[in-house]
Design a protein around this ligand. Structure first.
Ligand SMILES: [Mn+2]
Length: 481
């Protein structure tokens, strides 16, 4: 196939599925596989699907999880086995994969393929929805492609649909106006529903419905942020008490979750949240984020985070963020003992770090500059979460009128700056990633970039003041202040 730049492809689902079949029948002929997968939630789920499907065919399988697939990783990959299956990445690295492996490697991916002089390098065994006019950003993830591959290997692999959904949610493929999974993800969902593995319903979509005690459920809510409640535990307690919602079960003393509440109380809480958002003039599209489809897995314990698709994905991300991709994989592979406890512990630690970080910022206070809010956490907050914390301050500690820049000091003396904005600011012209990229091009030693709404950069200490004043200028320009 000749895939080139800006190509408008006619949607061809049939072609997509028949190329998966071809790839599967080639895989069937071989043995001794190395599955190489990306380290995020979608990647881990993809890896687990591939490993399980191959093992079920009686193949010998080893695996390697990577944060990014570089050319330097290839010797290590070659040592592990004879046949190579890349999942949730590979298309973007075709140039050096072809260079090293010739035709002899397999790719199941949904990212943009690399183009050399506008043309994609020829890869014999690559399946990517983008090559068939299917949107790989919104309607199928790496796990989804890998799931259809597993199904092509053996139709009894339908149980892996659960992981296909987890991966899609990990890649936030349900963030459309309906807040639901669409396209080929819907197909996967239907397979899971048919086999009584997955349930779908409309409900409050806030993260932690199933596993978080009510207080932290609301305190840590970020999509959307709840004015006055997010990052403010005392307000949350008062809010719930006012609604007559108990925080604990009176008999067992167990902290209650949203899922534990009787239906009427769930209703009351949902409408109280809607009223809160309306009273605070939250834009309608943002209010819509509050309610949407939720996906639960029947085979999981109903009080486990793995019961809810989004929480499952978040758990995997918490593992990989802490460099425990092995734990993430074992949970995907079905470990509900040691690996699972470790994953729970990582997630609890993450939440505790967020809670402490928020407390720290509240005590220290946030500075207000002309075009952004600012705090320097020193080494009190880890650089991997300082941006998340900055984003959580909207609606309680800071207003939504400016972006926020947060600093954390690395042990090597450099500084990590994380910027966060709101979708509303992006609509008004904010592009944090763009600003950081431009600054990194003019200031020596600065590396940075990212998305419009969230981005990060590394700054040498001696350039800090310079960078901050450049940021001031850029944001004034972008927001027309
Ligand atoms: Mn992915």
């Amino acid at each position: 196939m000749n895939y080139s730049l800006n190509q408008e492809l006619v949607r061809n689902e049939e072609g997509f599925f028949s190329s998966i079949k071809e790839l599967a029948s080639e895989v069937r002929k071989r043995d001794d596989f190395v599955v190489i997968f990306h380290h995020d939630a979608d990647g881990s789920a993809s890896g687990a699907i591939a490993i399980k499907a191959l093992e079920r065919e009686g193949k010998k399988v080893s695996w390697l999880c990577l944060k990014q697939l570089y050319k330097e990783n290839i010797p290590q990959i070659k040592e592990l086995g004879e046949n190579y299956l890349f999942v949730d990445f590979g298309s973007g690295q075709l140039d050096y994969l072809v260079e090293d492996f010739g035709e002899d490697f397999f790719v199941l991916d949904h990212h943009q393929p690399v183009l050399i002089d506008g043309v994609m390098p020829k890869a014999k065994w690559q399946v990517n929805p983008l090559l068939f006019g299917i949107n790989g950003g919104t309607e199928i993830s790496g796990s989804g492609v890998t799931f259809f591959f597993a199904l092509a290997l053996n139709e009894n692999n339908f149980d892996l649909s659960v992981l296909g959904i987890v991966g899609a949610l990990g890649d936030m493929q349900d963030s459309n106006s309906e807040c639901s999974l669409i396209g080929l993800n819907r197909k996967i969902l239907n397979i899971g529903v048919e086999h009584k593995l997955i349930d779908v319903k409309k409900d409050l979509r806030l993260y932690g419905r199933v596993s978080r005690p009510l207080v932290s459920f609301l305190t840590f809510s970020t999509s959307p942020t709840l004015p006055g409640l997010t990052a403010s535990e005392d307000n949350v307690k008062a809010f719930l008490t006012q609604l007559g919602i108990p925080l604990k079960d009176p008999f067992t003393e167990k902290w209650l979750t949203y899922n534990d509440l009787p239906f009427e109380k769930q209703r009351e809480l949902t409408s109280a949240l809607l009223v809160l958002l309306l009273e605070n003039n939250t834009p309608e599209w943002k209010i819509k984020e509050l309610i949407g489809e939720v996906y639960t897995f029947r085979k999981e314990n109903s009080s486990s985070p793995l019961y809810d698709g989004k929480e499952f994905a978040t758990m995997l991300n918490a593992c990989s963020r802490n460099k425990h991709s092995k734990v993430a994989l074992s949970v995907c592979m079905g470990d509900r003992n040691e690996g699972y406890s470790k994953a729970i512990a990582l997630m609890d630690a993450h939440r505790e770090n967020l809670r402490r970080g928020i407390e720290f910022v509240k005590q220290k206070g946030v500075e207000e500059k002309k075009s952004f809010y600012f705090f320097d956490a020193g080494n009190a907050i880890d650089e991997s979460i300082v941006g998340v914390i900055a984003g959580m301050l909207y609606g309680s500690v800071i207003q939504e009128n400016k972006p926020i820049i947060a600093l954390a000091h690395n042990t090597d003396g450099s500084i990590k700056a994380s910027g966060r904005g709101t979708s509303d600011l992006v609509r008004r012209g904010l592009n944090i990633g763009g600003a950081l990229k431009e600054i990194s091009q003019v200031v020596e030693g600065v590396e940075g970039g990212g998305h419009k709404i969230a981005a990060g950069m590394k700054i040498p200490l001696e350039e800090l003041d310079n960078v901050l004043s450049l940021l001031e200028e850029k944001f004034i320009e972008q927001l027309g202040l």
